[in-house]
Design a protein around this ligand. Structure first.
Ligand code: IVH
Length: 699
């Protein structure tokens, strides 16, 4: 590896030199990280390694606009002292959206046909296969040899479990057959068979060790053993169903690739079938459900995937799940138990949520002792009372629910449940808005429950993602006055000694916490907006705001201007495709509330909020442009047009204004095309648009 550090003082670098050196440093630090974490074989001293990182930071501080997405400073700097190393997934490991009813599957296929502009009955090749209930794993092979195995982690970085995975019996250490690419990441599921699980639990009990709740937990616990010898003694299996990075294509469709994976030595999913329409996939679902008990391992549903990779490419992704696949879950498993009490929990927005405390019961292999009762109206509708015997259900990872009451078993003299009208935590009034099912605490800032929930949201994985600051610590820090508002988190550095002296802490853990906080002083605008916890503003809406306003200052200014619902700023907000009047009102309400403004100013003093950039390709001809699609398009649906434009960094608006850059006019366009002409906005035909974005070959 060539040395990336030049001798030029950072102050003397120009922008181009800085950019070039950052790229070299990123590669070199990555190289040393790989040697250190994955091969336990560093080739430079810690001091030299630290010098590389410091130089990287110094250059980034001087030239923040050339920081690379793959910059080492985006990873937490501290090397883990124990446990597993980290592996960045160059192709993210995604999850799947779920379907529970046949109608959800029908809608999934209909949506795909609409998106692809296909006729409602057009045949599609769909691979259907069992969905294994295990944990996903990514295996990297280079020149046919297994070189790395990583867990999914948060989807972008997982744990390096290579040593443990080498002990899993049925995965090839060397790929069999021929035709595999030089580099290939094979993805699939690690799991434990049911009989092995029972035998393992019997051994655990004999050794007075803790039994595992279900085969999935047993597989996870076994894989994540620090001692690979322990993993080797646990019977784990692997089934391949997908892939990550590839140095060369491995096929044009899922069915074909499935066969190839089998040829290379992997177990593949059974049962599986290539289906062509709704009836066929539903028949597969029912047959698989009937065969479920006869399989050696647990499955929790089936997965449908559009077979053609070319169509998958067009369909793309929504948030963290592909549009081209869905998991059709088996129905929830149910059981009866006694409801001992109803407790009220207070959430981030003050919502009071009733929780059923239950006599513990096993539902589908998992012990359940709490279940949600949703809200006041649900309790009234089901007439759930303390002392009732209730039916509880669990479906996959969702929170267990109370489905109904077994009225025959109701004890005499039981009373209707009366929902509290005050907050159980701060005693403020709890009120219901006219159209809302939820009762909310009006205590706002004085309610500790709300404050703690807001802080939890703020540090959560999709927000600031501060490692090591879990619920337990937030509650303890809040109780002792160390943090009250989000900005206080960034002032904890000054109190590191105090934290180190706390019970359960120590110098090293306090240092790690401060390091993970410091690593988050720079934050992308969309994460920042999401972290604020504005009602109805999830990740997707936060992203829309970030892309449309680009900087935090612009968001704050525009939202304050939008306080006038008749003015142009409110109109602009509503004009963002995906933001309706209700959400717009919540956003404006949040930014104009005086206390929130103080919280924002306080945070701005502590943080650098990075301006939003076009997601993919800032050099694209439409990056940053506002586009309106109108009329019927020929080669694609409106949804595909919108997703395609957004992936090139364009903003898609619902109506034409002076700020619109292009109006793409399809057949039978009406008033929007006229308005574009009146305002002098450029109009394009569909063919012209495709040419502009470099897809002119499609027409
Ligand atoms: S396909 C792009 N196929 O279920 C995502 N996933 O709930 C490709 N899973 O994250 C995933 N069996 O860990 C796929 N036959 C199967 C699966 C499967 C289990 C897991 C996988 C995924 C999770 C989503």
């Amino acid at each position: 590896m060539t040395r990336a550090m030049s001798r030029t003082p950072v102050e003397d670098l120009n922008r181009a030199e800085a950019a070039a050196e950052l790229a070299r440093l990123a590669a070199e630090i990555q190289h040393h990280d790989t040697l250190y974490y994955q091969q336990d074989d560093p080739e430079i001293s810690d001091a030299d390694y630290d010098a590389l990182r410091r130089r990287n930071e110094a250059i980034e501080a001087r030239f923040p606009d050339v920081i690379l997405p793959e910059s080492p400073s985006h990873r937490v700097g501290a090397r883990p002292s124990a446990g597993f190393g980290e592996v960045a997934h160059s192709v993210p490991m995604l999850s799947l959206s779920n379907a529970f009813a046949d109608e959800d599957v029908a809608e999934f296929l209909a949506r795909i046909r609409r998106f692809l502009n296909l006729a409602p009955e057009a045949a599609l090749d769909i691979l259907a296969e069992a969905k294994i209930d295990g944990l996903s794993l990514s295996l990297r092979y280079e020149a046919g040899e297994l070189v790395q195995a990583a867990t999914r982690g948060d989807g972008t970085k997982g744990e390096n479990v290579t040593a443990n995975v080498r002990t899993v019996g049925d995965l090839p250490a060397r790929l069999k057959g021929k035709g595999w690419p030089e580099a290939i990441e094979v993805r699939g599921e690690v799991f434990m068979r049911r009989d092995d699980f029972f035998a393992l639990n019997a051994r655990q009990e004999a050794a007075e060790a803790k039994a595992f709740a279900n085969p999935r937990n047993a597989a996870a616990g076994s894989l994540r053993q620090l001692d690979a010898k322990v993993t080797a003694s646990r019977p784990l299996h692997f089934i391949a169903y997908h892939w990550g990075e590839l140095s060369a294509p491995i096929g044009a469709g899922m069915w074909e690739i499935r066969q190839r994976l089998a040829d290379w030595g992997f177990q593949v999913n059974e049962p599986a079938s290539l289906c062509h329409d709704l009836d066929e996939v539903l028949a597969f679902y029912r047959a698989t459900m009937a065969a479920r008990a006869d399989l050696a391992h647990d499955i929790d549903g089936v997965v449908y995937k559009i077979d053609s990779l070319a169509l998958q490419e067009r369909l793309g992704f929504v948030s963290r799940a592909p549009r081209w696949a869905i998991a059709h879950k088996f129905p929830a498993e149910q059981a009866q138990t006694l409801l001992k009490a109803i407790d009220i929990q207070v959430g981030r927005t003050g919502a009071l949520t009733p929780v059923a405390r239950l006599e513990p019961i096993t539902v589908g292999g998992v012990v359940v002792s709490n279940a949600t009762l949703h809200n006041e109206d649900e309790i009234a509708r089901k007439d759930v009372r303390v002392g009732d015997t209730v039916i509880v259900q669990r479906a996959g990872d969702v929170i267990p629910q109370v489905v109904s009451v077994v009225k025959d078993k109701r004890p005499k003299g039981s009373r209707k449940y009366k929902f509290p009208e005050t907050c159980p935590v701060c005693q403020s009034h709890a009120v219901r808005e006219p159209d809302e099912a939820v009762r909310r605490c009006t205590g706002g800032l004085i309610c500790p429950a709300q404050a703690v929930e807001r802080l939890k949201h703020f540090v959560g994985r999709n927000a600031f993602d501060i490692e090591g600051l879990g619920t337990k610590h937030i509650v303890a820090f809040w109780d002792d006055g160390l943090i009250e508002t989000p900005a206080d988190i960034f002032r904890l550095k000054a109190r590191e000694a105090e934290i180190a002296a706390r019970e359960g802490w120590g110098g090293k853990s306090a240092e790690n916490l401060i390091a993970s906080i410091e690593a988050r002083r720079r934050v992308p605008l969309e994460r920042f907006v999401y972290a604020l916890g504005i009602r109805q503003v999830g990740q997707a809406t936060a992203k829309l705001l970030a892309l449309n306003y680009e900087t935090l200052d612009a968001v704050i200014r525009s939202m304050n201007e939008a306080a006038d619902p008749e003015g142009p700023a409110f109109g602009d907000l509503l004009n963002i495709d995906g933001i309706g009047p209700g959400v717009a009102a919540e956003i404006v309400g949040f930014f104009t509330e005086p206390h929130n403004r103080e919280v924002l100013e306080d945070l701005q003093r502590e943080l650098t909020v990075e301006a939003a950039k076009a997601p993919d390709d800032t050099d694209s001809p439409v990056a940053g442009k506002t586009v309106v699609f109108t009329g019927t398009l020929e080669t694609m649906s409106r949804g595909e047009a919108k997703a395609g434009a957004e992936s090139l960094g364009a903003k898609v608006a619902g109506s034409v204004s002076k700020k619109t850059d292009y109006v793409v006019v399809g057949a039978d366009a009406g008033s929007k095309a006229r308005k574009a002409a009146d305002l002098g906005v450029t109009t394009l035909s569909e063919a012209e648009w495709l040419t502009l974005i470099g897809r002119g070959n499609l027409v």
